[in-house]
Design a protein around this ligand. Structure first.
Ligand code: NAI
Length: 454
């Protein structure tokens, strides 16, 4: 049989593209070598949120006195937390499998490698069998980067050094956890282990944590975590991983921090090796597949979506890219836009952002004004965050009077940042937004408050 579409990878990009294409009547075969749902569902987004919810409940009681709650003998059962996480994953994986089936997608749970192209289409081999498809979607995702630091590979082999995968599986809470890399994964896992009792130290190469996020929010987040006992070493270069400690260089001096576990979270690399890209000459650049905004590669009817194209390593970007790819295959007009992709770091409090920051806007020479207000301008926020000191920032295009960016440090911001993404996408003016009724009392009213400051 010749399939209409071969999909390599069953993560968010791969499974959603398969579902959409199957739904539209295409014959689809999707290959997954580990577990359907990919990193997001099995060892990323969903499991971390499951763990972080337990931590949030725990913190709610542990720091509950200011809300009139006191408890003694509070403890967290890491084994139960992990079991619940596994149950959530099982439920969601079963759901994805069911949806694939309902959309008539053939799921092959095996590794597949591209072997070439013939007059009928593209060929891949899996389990010794050759499959042919008229189109190919590469959605093989990404893996943790492992830099050439002495002792790191030995640490990974012994289990002393973990990636996100192992950090979501250990049933014993480390007494001392050292996190290499203060980005998204590092901060989320650090947040969890800080809550459940580990002494957490973050070693970050740059002079700030949390990547491209707004410095005002980042500093406040760091201060919050320092109050909770987390230690940050910025501008610090890891020089060696020993069997019970990590050495790093800071201000020209080598320092050591002891650990019983280390988390490596210094970024991810697209999975482009070993999948046979060279057999069909797919163009790659800086370690990722080159795609246009229709998710097309340099080869006819070969598409790439999700982390593997390195554009924006986020599950929600992958979903949308997958839909664009399938729509283009179906001859529909659709184009991927990257201007309003929300980003969230699920710390406690969480940071949600979309579009330009003050820094990126000014760097691009945009003529912008900045609105910055404290979260206590929201009654609901104050009711639920005793002494909480979040921030909301909006980046306003002066000429068009439109929002071009928003950053919020406050819990629930992950749930309402989409409102700002919508304002950016639709280019609503501040006057348009002022006419919109926000539910009261909600934390999202902070956006309305901010808009009315202008
Ligand atoms: P990241 O790119 O977010 O952060 C890596 C951090 O490590 C950076 O701050 C970088 O400066 C630092 N770093 C790099 N080399 C270093 C070294 N040798 N020593 C010390 N620090 C070093 O990468 P991360 O956290 O590994 O996440 C990977 C990907 O997964 C990201 O692209 C992220 O978008 C995605 N992700 C998204 C989540 C979300 O949306 N909530 C959750 C988890 C992951």
């Amino acid at each position: 049989m010749i399939y209409d579409l071969i999909v390599l990878g069953g993560g968010p990009a791969g499974y959603l593209a398969s579902e959409r294409a199957g739904h539209a009547g295409m014959s689809v075969v999707c290959f997954e070598k580990k577990s359907v749902g990919g990193v997001c569902l099995n060892e990323g987004c969903i499991p971390t949120k499951t763990l972080l919810y337990s931590a949030k409940l725990f913190d709610g009681v542990a720091y509950g006195e200011k809300y009139g709650i006191s408890a003694t003998g509070l403890s967290i059962d890491q084994t139960k937390v992990i079991e619940r996480k596994n149950k959530v994953i099982r439920t969601l994986v079963a759901g994805v499998k069911g949806t694939l089936k309902a959309n008539h997608v053939t799921l092959v749970e095996s590794e597949a490698v591209i072997t070439g192209r013939n007059s009928e289409g593209y060929t891949v081999i899996a389990n010794g069998e050759t499959y042919t498809g008229k189109r190919l979607l590469i959605a093989t995702g990404s893996s943790p980067s492992v830099p050439p630091i002495p002792g790191l590979n030995e640490g990974i082999a012994s289990g002393f050094v973990m990636t996100n995968r192992e950090a979501l599986q250990i049933t014993e809470v480390p007494k001392e956890l050292v996190v290499i890399g203060g980005g998204v994964i590092g901060l989320e896992m650090a947040s969890y282990y800080n809550s459940v009792g580990s002494k957490v130290t973050i070693i970050e190469m740059l002079d700030h944590i949390a990547g491209e996020n707004d410095p005002d929010l980042i500093k406040l987040l760091q201060k919050n975590y320092e109050k909770k006992g987390m230690v940050f070493h910025l501008n610090a270069k890891v020089t060696e991983v020993k069997s019970d400690s990590v050495l790093f260089e800071k201000d020209g001096q080598v320092q050591s921090v002891s650990a019983d576990k280390v988390l490596l979270s210094i970024g991810r690399r697209a999975n482009i090796q070993g999948i046979g890209l060279e057999t069909i000459n797919v163009l790659t650049e800086r370690g990722a597949i080159v795609t246009d905004n229709h998710m097309k590669t340099n080869q006819p009817e070969v598409y790439a979506a999700g982390d593997v194209n390195g554009k924006s390593m986020l599950a929600h970007t992958a979903y949308r890219e997958a839909e664009v790819a399938v729509n283009v295959m179906l001859g529909k007009r659709d184009t991927m836009r990257y201007i309003a992709i929300p980003g969230v770091i699920y710390t406690n409090p969480e940071i949600a952002s979309v579009g330009e920051t003050e820094y990126t806007a000014k760097n691009k020479g945009l003529d912008v004004d900045i609105i910055k207000i404290p979260m206590r301008f929201s009654g609901r926020y104050l009711a639920e965050n005793e002494g909480g000191d979040g921030i909301c920032k909006l980046v306003i295009n002066k000429q068009g009077r439109t929002i071009v960016g928003a950053q919020v440090l406050a819990n629930y911001s992950s749930e309402f940042i989409i409102a700002c993404a919508t304002f950016i996408e639709l280019q609503l003016t501040l006057e348009d937004i002022k006419e919109i009724v926000f539910p009261h009392p909600t934390v999202c009213e902070i956006i309305r408050e901010a808009v009315f400051q202008y």
